[in-house]
Design a protein. Structure first.
Ligand SMILES: *Cc1c(COP(=O)(O)O)cnc(C)c1O
Length: 423
């Protein structure tokens, strides 16, 4: 089975004349069509808003595309807040879903009017001490513990996750927050990651809606929004069936009408914080095969490495690879496709059956649009690659230049040694 790249070999041949490999390239058309489908799938909910998880792809050009479809930003750090604010977002367009949050980040979030989503019971007190008083609007992240299951088995293990309030803490927290003057309440939960099933959001929503009804009954809190957060997945392997956001939206609507509407809570706004689903499939890492090594295994060395895409090294994640121009050639060679780090887990693929690869072949590594470039690091002094946007008209725009050595050394610029190095 196969996955089709959104660029052709001919297009790439043109692109690499100006922008040498490796680079990430994003597909504007795909991003737009998907964002539109998300908006339509939840259009039945008047207050619906997708807060794009900035950490997935913190590029202002891409976030700007999503803003055309009403998206805000979900942030979890000072610099993500700064990026969103610099783009002209503020107030209710920004969700601050952080954890283990430093006081200065709460201060900044409050200053720009972001909605604060607390990760822990003790942060009620911490936030009050930090800001002087609690904001009028406040959200809490819920973690019911145990395992999260859908009909076909265990999806994830919230009981093992560091995030969120327990059920008792949530009820106690809402009472305290209400006493302390909070007027508008939100509930948030992220209970399973990269779910490739249309059942996750509806199952999660049902659980949260029931909790919301109970919270309102027991604490009198005015619950304004329920945030289903991220976790909607994408098919990294070619045999998986992609989620259908329209089916997901309809599934959530059904439980909304079953649980919230009869409780007189039909005006609650639904929020999401999807990252992977919004961008993942619309990014490719493009790299050139530069060495073929024949030892105890067959290795293809490429000019990208885990610095450009860490997921395979970090989680053993599968990313599909297309050898450009050899889409129809038989996959009769078994390769480890590797990068240049002095780290044996720097492998984009292990024992992967691919067409015969020659030096100079262009490889497209699929589904790098989320948690790809952003997860990169600088191990071995390797520099992060450029990001390009393939626009709807077929033209290509540079949306982040590749790092240069001077970027790597910039954190030494307060020392004399830096001047001597002469960058
Ligand atoms: C990472 C994260 C997301 C996005 O998750 P995806 O799996 O990319 O959809 C959303 N909200 C929070 C709080 C997160 O940490």
């Amino acid at each position: 089975m196969n996955k089709k790249p959104f660029v052709t070999k001919k297009q790439l041949a043109e692109i690499i004349k100006k922008y040498p490999t490796p680079f990430h390239i994003y597909d504007e058309k795909g991003i737009r069509e998907n964002a539109k489908a998300v908006r339509e799938a939840f259009a039945w909910n008047k207050g619906f808003k997708e807060y794009f998880a900035v950490k997935a792809t913190p590029n202002p050009f891409l976030i700007d595309i999503l803003r055309d479809y009403g998206c805000g930003c979900d942030c979890s750090s000072l610099t993500e807040l700064m990026l969103s604010n610099a783009m002209g977002l503020n107030g209710e367009d920004i969700m601050f879903s952080s954890n283990e949050t430093p006081a200065c980040e709460y201060e900044y979030a409050n200053q720009i009017g972001a909605i604060i989503n607390l990760d822990d019971f003790t942060h009620i007190d911490f936030l009050e001490k930090t800001l002087g008083k609690l904001p009028e609007t406040l959200s809490c992240r819920y973690n019911p513990g145990g395992v999260f299951t859908v009909s076909n088995g265990i999806m994830d293990n919230p009981g093992d996750a560091k995030y969120g309030f327990t059920t008792e803490q949530l009820f106690e927290g809402f009472k305290i927050m209400k006493e302390k003057g909070v007027k508008n309440f939100g509930i948030h939960a992220f209970l399973a990651s990269n779910t490739v099933t249309n059942d996750y959001y509806p199952m999660l929503a049902k659980q949260l809606f029931k909790v919301a009804v109970k919270l309102k009954d027991e604490t009198g809190a005015d619950i304004k929004f329920i945030n289903l957060s991220g976790g909607v997945g994408i098919p990294y392997t070619p045999d998986q069936t992609p989620n259908d956001i329209r089916v997901i939206g309809a599934g959530v609507k059904k439980v909304f009408e079953e649980v919230l509407v009869p409780a007189g809570m039909g005006d609650i706004s639904l929020y999401t914080e999807m990252g992977r689903f919004m961008m993942g499939p619309y990014g490719h890492l493009v790299t050139t095969a530069i060495h073929a090594k024949h030892t105890h295994k067959e290795y293809i060395g490429c000019d990208a490495c885990a610095v450009n895409l860490m997921r395979p090294a970090m989680y053993g994640a599968y990313h599909h690879i297309t050898v450009m121009g050899k889409e129809n050639a038989p996959c009769n060679h078994k390769y480890d496709v590797v990068g240049s780090l002095c780290e044996n887990n720097d492998k984009f693929a292990i024992d992967r059956m691919l067409p015969e690869i020659e030096n100079g072949d262009l490889l497209v590594i699929h589904d790098t649009g989320a948690h790809g470039s952003s997860m990169g690091y600088n191990y071995n002094g390797k520099l992060k690659s450029a990001e390009l946007l393939l626009k709807e008209d077929g033209s290509v725009e540079l949306i982040r230049r590749a790092e240069r050595p001077a970027d790597y050394f910039a954190t030494l610029d307060c020392f004399d040694i830096y001047k001597k190095m002469g960058f």
